[in-house]
Design a protein around this ligand. Sequence first.
Ligand code: NAP
Length: 329
Amino acid sequence: MENNQNTAGSMKAAVRSRYGPPEALSVREVPMPTPGAREILVKIHAATVNRTDCAMLTGTPFVYRLFIGLWKPKQATTGTDFAGEVVAVGDAVTAYRVGDRVWGFDDIGLSSHAQYAAILERVAMELIPDKINYEQVVASAEGAHYALNFLKKVKLEAGQKALVNGATGAIGSVLVQLLKHRGLHVTAVCGTPNVERVRALGADKIIDYLQGDFTLDDERYHYVFDAVGKSTFGKCKPLLARGGIYISSELGPYSQNLFLPLFTRFFSDKKVIFPIPFNIKHSLQTMKKLLEEGRYQPLIDRHYALEDIQEAFRYAASGHKIGNLVVKF
Ligand SMILES: NC(=O)c1ccc[n+]([C@@H]2O[C@H](COP(=O)([O-])OP(=O)(O)OC[C@H]3O[C@@H](n4cnc5c(N)ncnc54)[C@H](OP(=O)(O)O)[C@@H]3O)[C@@H](O)[C@H]2O)c1
């Protein structure tokens, strides 16, 4: 093992032994991980607390437990993304070296809410470009991955009209920017305090959901992206032009967004798509390029110390965070 770090000893990590609320989590001294032959040891500089982390903490929806542990979490330490520095590599690792700055994401967990994490070389991760800092890059993974998976499912054309509900969220704030890059006219739905923030992301028109119901807008759209999953296809249908497409980040009442794609495919001129996210590596590569070109601005709401991670989880679970919450180490 190549090593510039004494990997014996202990470190601080956010750990839990059961699924539960933020109170189930505590910051403790735990043994430092030793990287296996195909793992790298990363000194974590930043991680986010995001909605995927919330699902991992609570073990909901239940079906998610098929991947993360049926009755109790397989991983004691929370955390799905990281940005940091490689401090040791296993003997069989070929792609990374000690001193590399790396960032990565895995929706089934990386135990990255810790000072150090041992990460398998095959996990989706990328080298961090020189001019990009740890915070920027770590806030460009989770929401961005889901937003990119929304867009993989549709054939965007410049000049088309799109509406993004929940434009202040981790997913929505990326969607607004990506849609603008592709030349679409974007209407963004957000709350009063965030109107200027969302305008700065490039939105052409803003609807303040605290002042009125966006589903009553008289514009007709090629796409309605409900990035916060607060609406339904039924409510948004009048907003869609003929051939228009509705995509939500949530399953909707009675998990309807799983069944509506099949039904609307045959029986409606307005369609529903429910994207199953895949290929995280490709998402990271896309975001890395956009960051390097200065064409993407991650939205960061609050910063936390590891010791305050319960508070970060409480805020993330409230459904009111603006973009990303970054834990700094
Ligand atoms: N399908 C998947 O694979 C997948 C993966 C990850 C997440 N999700 C789900 O996708 C949803 C969004 O995730 P996210 O990470 O983007 O969420 P997030 O970062 O927590 O953001 C939600 C945003 O929506 C805004 N909001 C709340 N109520 C709203 C309303 N009625 N109308 C418009 N905006 C509203 C909030 O701001 P204000 O309250 O301040 O206005 C907040 O900025 C969550 O429900 C999450 O569980 C799905």
